[in-house]
Design a protein around this ligand. Structure first.
Ligand SMILES: [Mg+2]
Length: 105
């Protein structure tokens, strides 16, 4: 599924207070990212014998949903973000600045 199609589809299940959309979605995004980190943490701690890939896949899907809805309410397209992100990283790779700090390397 293409990213922009996915983004559009997420609106079918977008039930949250629209007057607080940015706050709700930003909090949801970091909350779900925390769930991803929590599963990895528990794996490192030895709670799971193997990395819980299916659980992580579900949580990463939740991350994606919040990210898609953030794009939607901001009038942005996920496909554009993906394109510009790869463009930025490839430019850094060409410049030999993939490692380091700062958004505008
Ligand atoms: Mg979740």
């Amino acid at each position: 599924m293409y990213m922009n199609d996915y983004q559009e589809k997420t609106s079918e299940t977008a039930i949250y207070p629209k007057d607080k959309a940015l706050e709700y979605l930003a909090l949801g995004l970091v909350s779900e990212a925390g769930e991803v980190a929590g599963k990895v943490k528990k794996f490192l701690r030895g709670d799971y014998e193997v990395l819980p890939r299916e659980d992580l896949e579900k949580e990463m899907g939740d991350v994606l949903w919040y990210l898609a809805q953030l794009h939607e309410v901001m009038g942005l397209a996920m496909g554009d973000s993906a394109y510009f992100n790869l463009k930025k990283l490839n430019a850094r790779k060409q410049a030999g600045t993939l490692q380091g700090n700062g958004d505008d390397r």
